[in-house]
Design a protein around this ligand. Structure first.
Ligand code: ACO
Length: 163
């Protein structure tokens, strides 16, 4: 499979396609969506896109958790409607986790989902308490937590830079 997961801000030519992909799942104004995508950067927030043969087929956004310097919050995980069920979502998430661990030097990924619990549990996520982002509590949804350090042996003697 010719698949690549890359930060959107390094491939700005995909911004419009990315906007359409996300808006096809969660309708929002193009202006607001494009503004959000334009905030992608090397430190958080970072929008990662999944490319297959130079076409965008997936997206996820890594956001800051203000109270936890070693964590990020993953949102807007989406795969092109016509291509679901082929392992692309799993590939996107696993590569995003590697990006969090190796590039951003993070140790924990949080996300919340309603309806995709099995997808995330198959990826090793387990239920945890809601966390606070942007100063407010995430509630009414299941919050999943995955500590990848146990599985991938992140070396903790290197201090993690603040995101
Ligand atoms: N229910 C149960 N199992 C599932 C589901 C589901 N809804 N979706 C995927 N799986 C399983 C697959 O069967 C597969 O299992 P296997 O490894 O045993 O074969 C495994 O999860 C991986 O599936 P993929 O084919 O990689 O999943 P896909 O490419 O379809 O992507 C995704 C999954 C991203 C959830 C996609 O269905 C999608 O875009 N859905 C709509 C948007 C959405 O709900 N996104 C998640 C929001 S939550 C958030 O963003 C944090």
């Amino acid at each position: 499979m010719d698949l690549q997961v890359v930060p959107l801000h390094k491939y700005p030519q995909y911004k419009e396609e990315c906007c359409n992909l996300i808006n096809d799942e969660w309708k929002r104004s193009t202006t607001a969506r494009m503004r959000s995508l334009e905030s992608s950067c090397d430190i958080l927030p970072t929008n990662l896109i999944l490319l297959k043969e130079n076409r965008i087929i997936g997206h996820c956004k890594l956001s800051i958790v203000p109270s936890m310097k070693n964590a990020c919050f993953v949102e807007s995980v989406v795969i092109d409607k016509l291509l679901r069920g082929n392992g692309y979502g799993k590939h996107l998430m696993i590569t995003a986790e590697e990006y969090c661990k190796n590039i951003l030097k993070l140790e924990v990924i949080y996300l919340s989902t309603k309806g995709q619990e099995l997808f995330y549990s198959k990826l090793g996520y387990s239920v945890c308490q809601p966390i606070s982002i942007y100063g407010s509590s995430i509630s009414n949804v299941n919050t999943y937590h995955c500590d990848k350090t146990e599985k991938t042996n992140v070396n903790k003697s290197f201090p993690c830079p603040p995101p």
